[in-house]
Ligand binder design. Structure first.
Ligand SMILES: O=P(O)(O)OC[C@@H](O)[C@@H](O)c1c[nH]c2ccccc12
Length: 259
């Protein structure tokens, strides 16, 4: 069992749910990313999702695109990110998933990338631009290392949900609404139905993300899932505060108070 599975299993036994928090690696710089991981953990984050900055992030909204831009301008690359996670692992066993575009993996070399993930202590991968049909290219490597592929399903996935979640591990990432990441006030009109459907089909825990920014949002969703993912709202705070650890810790605490 890896850290993500262990964490979610532990929470389930206590009748609790997970707060999963996203940020882009290297925003505002890679040294601060390490400190922000600790700040998030202090604030009560259960799982940390780290975005690998990429020049053509098709699923990212403006806030996260800008973060990737800042990270790339600060000289962030995979080598530095792996080093950062290796350092983090000297201090905490908090579960870590990478949000990484498939092109970044291909550019680095699939096997080399997955091996490195395991070596430094990454537990899961979310790969937004990897279609089900192309999964077999990477699956053998993922299976031979202790990493989980976190599958993404959207309200439009419908009949394909079963196939998409089949060899997923960790949790199923349910996308709340179509389009790109970013804070929203309206979600897919059948969101609750969709989340219930995924829950009934999936053999692993479910989490929902895309658009959430407050404890009110979280409270509304918790009955239907095992975790809620918050990204842009945190990245915006990182931008505004220039990566201030105290600000982020307090914001996470506030979100966690919904649980
Ligand atoms: O930013 P939001 O709307 O809170 O959504 C989470 C999201 O940022 C994070 O999980 C993410 C960042 N980039 C992505 C690309 C695809 C899917 C998910 C993501």
């Amino acid at each position: 069992m890896n850290r993500i599975q262990e964490k979610l299993e532990g929470l389930r036994k206590e009748n609790k749910k997970a707060l999963i928090t996203y940020m882009t690696a290297g925003d505002p710089n890679i040294e601060q990313t390490e400190k922000l991981i600790y700040a998030k953990e202090r604030g009560g984050a259960d799982i940390i999702e780290i975005g690998i900055p990429f020049s053509d992030p098709v699923a990212d909204g403006p806030v996260i695109q800008a973060a990737a831009q800042r990270a790339l301008e600060a000289g962030t690359n995979l080598e530095k990110i792996f080093k950062c996670i290796a350092n983090v692992r000297k201090n905490t066993q908090i579960p870590i998933a990478f949000l990484v575009y498939y092109n970044s993996i291909l550019g680095y070399g699939v096997e080399r990338f997955i091996r490195q993930c395991e070596e430094v202590g990454v537990d899961g991968l979310v790969i937004p631009d990897l279609p089900l049909e192309e999964r077999e290219e990477i699956m053998p490597y993922i299976k031979s290392f202790n990493i989980g592929l976190i599958p993404l399903v959207a309200p439009t996935s419908k009949d394909r949900i079963k196939d998409i979640v089949q060899d997923g591990e960790g949790f199923v990432y349910c996308i709340s609404s179509m389009g790109v990441t970013g804070i929203r006030s309206e979600f897919h009109k059948n969101l609750e139905e969709f989340l219930k459907d995924v829950k009934s089909i999936a053999h692993i825990p479910t989490a929902v993300g895309f658009g959430f920014s407050s404890k009110e949002d979280i409270k509304r969703l918790l009955p239907y899932v095992d975790g809620v993912i918050v990204g842009s709202a945190i990245v915006k705070k990182i931008e505004e505060s220039k990566g201030n650890e105290k600000v982020i810790e307090e914001f996470i605490k506030d979100l966690k108070s919904a649980y």
